[in-house]
Design a protein around this ligand. Structure first.
Ligand code: DC
Length: 241
């Protein structure tokens, strides 16, 4: 087995604003893994629907448009060297647009459309098949990669998550009241965890990490620890075979 490095599949799920994408991006870079923000894919699909003037009354048309579209996630770096994932829709950079409030309000209902999920899940599985990947989302450990070696359920209190989202909106110059953001987060949690297809829920074999009061670095370290343990476990499992 010497020299063989295990290319893990790392699944990170959790509610809106738990900090998944921030920590998943850094952890993936440290591991030298590909990072896939699956929420960004649902957001790109939402941008597409909005641009085509499609509403939630037209789920088949939305699904058809998503099946035809090219959604790409491309790793890049900010000016300070920190990792960023650029999102392209049919080769147009929509990285900024996917985080707008308009998109944030429509993405959760749109993600309940079964055939939209089918297209995006198929793409996610294809990209993840050889391992060496970190995926974050709502259904990664339960539906997309049920055989992932590392499963993490990342969460935080609704108030903590609303505080973080407020900062993001402020940075974009969008002024929103704290109570409104909190209400929208609670509503999104409710919708994401009660929908019929692939609801947000902790996989039975996932490690729960509650991030209230934890720094970004502490959360990243926790993820890397879980990955090291999984690698050791994989190695000893292979040596037994
Ligand atoms: O992680 P995020 O807030 O960018 O995700 C946006 C929405 O996409 C979220 O409200 C639910 C949906 N989503 C999903 O249904 N399944 C995923 N794997 C990722 C996101």
């Amino acid at each position: 087995m010497s020299g063989h490095t295990t290319a893990l599949k790392v699944a990170i799920d959790g509610p809106a604003g738990a900090g998944k994408s921030t920590v998943a991006k850094i952890a993936a870079k440290k591991l030298g893994y590909l990072y896939l923000d699956t929420g960004a894919m649902y957001r790109a699909a939402t941008v597409l629907a909005l641009r085509k003037g499609l509403s939630m009354e037209e789920p088949d048309e939305i699904a058809e448009a998503v099946a035809q579209a090219k959604i790409d996630l491309v790793p890049a770096a900010n000016a300070d060297g920190s990792p960023i994932l650029k999102v392209f829709l049919d080769d147009e950079d929509i990285t900024f647009e996917i985080r707008s409030r308009e998109v944030s309000l429509m993405v959760s209902p749109l993600s309940t459309i079964g055939p939209v999920r089918d297209s995006l899940v198929a793409q996610q599985r294809r990209l993840a098949q050889s391992g060496g990947v970190v995926l974050d989302g709502r259904d990664i450990g339960t539906v997309v990669l049920p055989n992932a070696e590392v499963k993490i359920f990342l969460t935080a209190s609704a108030a903590e998550r609303a505080k973080r989202r407020m900062k993001e909106f402020e940075a974009r110059g969008e002024n929103v009241e704290f109570d409104t953001v909190l209400k929208e987060i609670i509503e999104r949690d409710r919708r994401d965890s009660t929908r019929e297809i692939a609801p947000l829920k902790k996989a039975p074999d996932a490690s729960e990490v509650i991030t209230d009061g934890m720094t970004i670095n502490e959360v990243v370290e926790k993820i890397l620890d879980l990955c090291s343990q999984a690698k050791l476990h994989e190695r000893s499992r292979r040596e037994l075979i």
